[in-house]
Design a protein around this ligand. Structure first.
Ligand code: FES
Length: 361
C-alpha cells in the first residue's frame, strides 16, 4: 500500500498509522522481508528507509514456507510485529459498521432455507440448521454432522450431539485436536484417570491421542469440533490411558472479566494458547444489532449461533441465521455477520489454524 502524501514523522516512540487494514502478502520461502515499523514508508508494509533519524528500525522476517500467507500490520500498533494482532479494530474507524440498507446491500440476493439442513450461501460458506438434521445414534449419543471435508472444509469438522444421562461410549480421534462446547446439561469428562466436571457454557479441550468419555448426569447438548477434519465421529472401546500432562487445564468457562472488546463487539477466549492449544482456538462473543464491514480471515471458522437472530452476508448472497445454527466460513471468504434483533447475538467460534479471532482484512 502506498500513501499519497509524505506522512508526518513519528513523535518519539509513537509510530504513524499507515493504514487501518493489515496488508495481505504471499511470501517466498527463505526470502527476507523488512517490515516498516515507523509507518512512514511510501512502500507499505515494507521499509523504504524513511525511519532514518528516528528511534524506529524495520523488523526482519524470513519466510518459512513457499507461498506463506501473512497479514503484515499496517496500523503499526501491533504487539506481535511484523504481523497483525487485531489492534487496528480498536483505533478510530478501525472496525467500521456497514449499512445493511445501502443500495449495494439491497441488491444482494437472500437465499431462503428449505428442508435441507444445509443452506449454501456462496464461496463454500453455508449455514447448517441442526433442527433439520438427521441424527445418528451410538449408545446414549445422538449426533449429526455439521462440517466435514466432504462438505468443503479444509481444516476442521463439527458435530452436534445430544447425549442422554449415563456413561457414553469412548470417543477416539487419534492425533487430532478435539474441542467441545456445552450448551445445556451437566456431565463429567473422563480422560484416562482425570475427571473434569462440565456444564452449560463450558469450553473443553482434548489433546492429541487422548480418548474420552462423557458421564452425563443431566441431558447434554454439545458441539464437537475435530481438527483436522473427519467425516464421522469415531468410537473405540480399546483401553487408552493417555493424558497429556503438559496441559492440565481442560475446561474454561465464561468470565465477563476476561472479555476483550473489538469496537462495539466483544469476545472471550475459551480454548486457546493460554491452556496450550496454539493452532485451534475457541472463543465466545457478542455481536450487537449491527453489521460489520465485509472482511476476510486467513483461518477457517465455524460459528455457533447461541442466541439471537441475524443475517450472514457474503459479497453476493445472504441468508438468515438464528440460535442453534452453525455458520461455516472457508478461509479467505468475504463475509459479514449482522445482528438483526435488539438483543444482538451470542456466538461461539472455532478457528483453525489461528490463535486470534480479531485478525481480519
Ligand atoms: S521506513 Fe518505517 S521502519 Fe523503515
Amino acid at each position: 500500500m502506498s500513501a499519497s502524501t509524505t506522512p508526518e514523522p513519528p513523535i518519539k516512540d509513537k509510530p504513524v498509522i499507515a493504514g487501518l487494514v493489515p496488508c495481505y502478502a504471499k511470501l517466498q520461502l527463505g526470502k527476507r522481508y523488512l517490515w516498516c515499523s515507523c509507518g512512514m514508508s511510501q512502500n507499505q508494509p515494507y521499509c523504504d528507509g524513511s525511519h532514518i533519524g528516528t528511534s524506529f528500525m524495520p523488523m526482519k522476517y524470513v519466510a518459512t514456507q513457499e507461498d506463506e500467507e501473512v497479514l503484515f500490520c499496517n496500523c503499526k500498533q501491533t504487539k506481535t510485529g511484523p504481523f497483525c494482532d487485531g489492534s487496528h479494530n480498536n483505533l478510530p474507524g478501525g472496525y467500521a459498521e456497514d449499512d445493511p440498507n445501502s443500495e449495494k446491500n439491497k441488491a444482494i440476493v437472500e437465499v431462503k432455507s428449505d428442508d435441507n439442513p444445509l443452506t449454501e450461501v456462496d464461496g463454500g460458506c453455508y449455514v447448517f440448521s441442526k433442527e433439520r438434521a438427521k441424527m445418528q445414534q451410538k449408545g446414549n449419543v445422538k449426533h449429526a454432522r455439521i462440517i466435514s471435508p466432504s462438505q468443503g472444509a479444509k481444516y476442521q469438522s463439527q458435530f452436534y450431539m445430544d447425549i442422554a444421562p449415563g456413561l457414553s461410549p469412548q470417543f477416539w480421534f487419534t492425533d487430532r485436536h478435539v474441542v467441545l462446547f456445552i450448551t445445556e446439561g451437566e456431565a463429567k469428562v473422563h480422560i484416562a484417570d482425570k475427571i473434569f466436571p462440565v456444564s452449560a457454557d463450558s469450553g473443553i479441550y482434548i489433546s492429541l491421542n487422548e480418548s474420552f468419555r462423557l458421564d452425563v448426569s443431566k441431558t447434554l447438548k454439545a458441539y464437537l469440533s475435530v481438527c483436522s477434519g473427519v467425516e464421522d465421529i469415531t468410537f473405540d472401546e480399546s483401553p487408552n490411558n493417555y493424558f497429556n500432562q503438559n496441559m492440565p487445564i481442560r475446561v474454561v468457562g465464561v468470565d465477563a472479566e476476561k472479555r476483550q472488546s473489538m469496537a462495539s463487539r466483544y469476545f472471550q477466549m475459551l480454548v486457546d494458547k493460554d491452556i496450550g492449544s496454539d493452532v485451534v482456538t475457541q472463543f465466545i462473543g457478542h455481536i450487537p444489532q449491527s453489521k460489520s464491514q465485509p472482511h476476510r480471515h486467513l483461518y477457517e471458522e465455524a460459528l455457533i449461533i447461541l442466541s439471537g437472530e441475524g443475517m450472514m452476508w457474503t459479497d453476493t448472497k445472504r441468508t438468515a441465521v438464528k440460535g442453534g445454527d452453525v455458520v461455516f466460513l472457508p478461509a479467505k471468504q468475504v463475509h459479514s455477520l449482522q445482528g438483526t434483533g435488539a438483543e444482538g447475538m451470542n456466538v461461539v467460534g472455532i478457528i483453525y489454524p489461528g490463535d486470534n479471532p480479531s485478525i481480519n482484512y
